[in-house]
Design a protein around this ligand. Sequence first.
Ligand code: LRH
Length: 473
Amino acid sequence: MTAAVAAVDLGATSGRVMVGQVGPETLELRQVGRFPNGPVRTPDGLHWNLQQLFSHVLDGLRSASRWDESIASIGIDSWAVDYALLRGGRVLGEPFHYRDDRTARGVDLVHGQAPFSTLYARNGLQFLPFNTVYQLAVEREAGMLDVADRMLLVPDLMAHYLTGAEVAEATNASTTGLLDVTTQEWDGELMDLLGLPRRLFPRIVHPGERIGTLLPHVADVTGLAAATPVVAVGSHDTASAVVATPMTEPGGAYISCGTWGLVGVETETPILTRTAEHANFTNEGGVDGRTRFLHNVMGLWILSETIRWWERDGETVDLQKLLAQAAAVPACEHIFDANDAVFSPPGDMPGRIAGWLGERGLQVPASRAEMARCIIESLAQAFADAVHDAGALSAQEVRRIHITGGGSLNELLCQRTADRSGLPVMAGPVEATAIGNVLVQGRALGAITGSLESLRDLVARTFKPRVFEPKGH
Ligand code: LRH
């Protein structure tokens, strides 16, 4: 038996709706909708426009139902940590974007009540200033939590708009900082300590569970059957990407490479040692109770934001041409630390890179091609370092690196990551996140069975990776 499902995959720069056909020997995806996404600045800060995003999702689902009448379920994934506050089912303003700088205040507030080591022991999360727990501390100070009765993470909000249900999918809830890393249940004691009302946090659901069926008006608008269920997938996009990373043998590390480069290994249990804490490694919840032991590296954001800056006066920069030129110039001698928080906010990225290098007396790239090359080299080194750390901290011998997502199409990045790590890089699939979303739905429907290993076997058989052997520094 094969099943047809719709996968909604929302990224920080674009979203897509895919129709997936899945069965024991079948794994096919077709994109039926693609739309831009990005921050919108209003006087109070940087936001997402989730109403608009939802209307794109509805359009995409309509195209999905036209493409295949037999869509049997819908799964939704997105970037992590961001949320909407609701009262009585009504959304209280557009959600903030995690790059909004108000989070610095949240860090002070939370760490004043619970030092980072205490948090790490409970939630296992690396320090990222935008983790939901810090954002909620700011909401509390602003009085918003006196009004709100619910917090829904972005994919859970989309599921709510489609079905009316209010749930928190576990893999994404694990990025809030408020989930107990060992039980994968909400940490009520921590909420009490931080003055976050427990009522905000809905029931946890796990990937594979049914969230609800379509509201009548959603069925009307999309042309899908009203009985179509929305099924929980790894709703944190990185969790879905890791499901579809073809690690078919031991010794595989992964880099889910899009806006961010999420670099790590899969483990059976969390690693909460002091060394993991100091290396700022995270223990995010994976599908089937696995742990995603990884580190966030800034990722292609640095390149895309650089290009966006160059294009600010209306010029168009051809990415493929730029990368070809970058490959042709010699590898720069000096690289920057792609983990430095200075590269996190939107804005003049080339200026910040030049500033970072210049302040340290390092050579600043003289042309756009050199700048692009310097970015790729810096990312490749940060990836290689994080792979090395992931192996050492988890006591796993890493023998190969899988790069999935948009970064898997960037040959220079793949090759230089292989060169700088001394390990072969297996590139692809590019749509790992949507594939992971489709696979978990397929298994929930009974169209495929088995562990993550057998799902990954199917991925490896269907999408042949491109191999980059290390060639030396
Ligand atoms: C990647 C991602 C990442 C998070 C960040 C906010 O899209 O979900 O795993 O840390 O966005």
